[in-house]
Design a protein around this ligand. Structure first.
Ligand SMILES: Nc1ncnc2c1ncn2[C@@H]1O[C@H](COP(=O)(O)OP(=O)(O)OP(=O)(O)O)[C@@H](O)[C@H]1O
Length: 259
């Protein structure tokens, strides 16, 4: 991965936050992911695109730990997590927002965020009620940041799909992750919701590495610095966003355009 634009040219890029090497996953005779490697530094904005069935969700599953690879490794901050359970990976700093938001519909919007931030809160040196008050105050701030302050006390079930997506992302961020995995965040969103989504992603802490699977190429072009294109489980191209999106094979294989 190239250094971030602000990194001095004469200094080596910082250690990677997330390093994936040779990731391979088979389902019977189908190789869903074939020897895929990727390195994300702090503050990376990396998108993975590709046609249906290319292996994008499989890649996220292998990083989050909900599936195990048949080959390769997942290393976070120098620690090999390839055999580590999903909950432990989450505690180490891998957060995920799903295609179908995973918020708890019966809880209020605010309580969803309070709950999501609890893991981080456990590490703060606050006692009893102090912790709860602090967490609630932080959750209110986070809701304001994602434009959901007006529905703080509504059950999450009453939110539109777009706003539930934003809550899901806010909940993932509340655990203060090192890496945020986003699975098609723009899917099913209205144009107005997409503008909100882009605002939220713009506001993600610059130290968090963001890995985005997305079909919406305008969202990819707006959010990502770098793009990996998967086709049939293999990396077709990986590089700066414009180079990847303008690659003739990508235009043909993914966008259905031939020059
Ligand atoms: N649990 C499974 N059992 C068998 N085959 C699977 C399983 N999960 C995924 N596959 C297959 O692996 C391949 C990659 O699937 P994956 O969902 O990762 O693709 P994708 O790029 O995310 O596709 P989409 O854009 O449609 O979500 C597909 O051919 C899919 O049918």
């Amino acid at each position: 991965m190239t250094p971030t634009p602000s990194a001095p040219a004469d200094r080596a890029p910082a250690d990677p936050v997330l390093a994936l090497t040779g990731l391979t996953r088979r389902y019977g005779s189908l190789t869903a992911l074939d020897d895929v490697g990727l390195t994300l530094g702090a503050g990376a904005r990396h998108a993975v695109i590709g046609p249906n069935g290319a292996g994008k969700t499989t890649l996220l599953n292998l990083i989050a730990g909900t599936e195990r690879p048949d080959g390769g490794s997942v290393v976070l901050d120098g620690r090999d997590l390839t055999r580590t359970a999903p909950a432990r990976r989450a505690r180490r700093g891998i957060a995920r927002s799903f295609q179908q938001p995973s918020v708890i519909p019966e809880l209020t919007v605010l309580d969803n965020l309070v709950l999501a931030g609890w893991r981080h809160q456990e590490r703060l040196p606050l006692l009893g009620g102090g912790r709860a008050r602090h967490r609630t105050a932080v959750a209110h701030e986070q809701l304001a940041e994602v434009g959901l302050a007006d529905v703080a006390h509504e059950p999450a079930a009453r939110l539109s799909h777009g706003r539930r997506r934003l809550l899901d992302i806010a909940a993932a961020l509340a655990a203060r992750p090192r890496v945020l995995l986003l699975d098609e965040p723009a899917a099913g969103l209205t144009d107005r919701d997409i503008v909100r989504l882009l605002d939220v992603l713009d506001g993600v802490d610059a130290t968090v590495a963001l890995l985005l699977v997305e079909h919406h190429t305008e969202v990819v072009a707006r959010v990502a610095d770098e793009v990996t294109v998967l086709v049939e489980g293999r990396t077709l191209v990986t590089g700066p966003v414009r180079t990847a999106l303008d690659h003739p094979a990508v235009r043909e294989a993914y966008l259905g355009v031939s020059d």
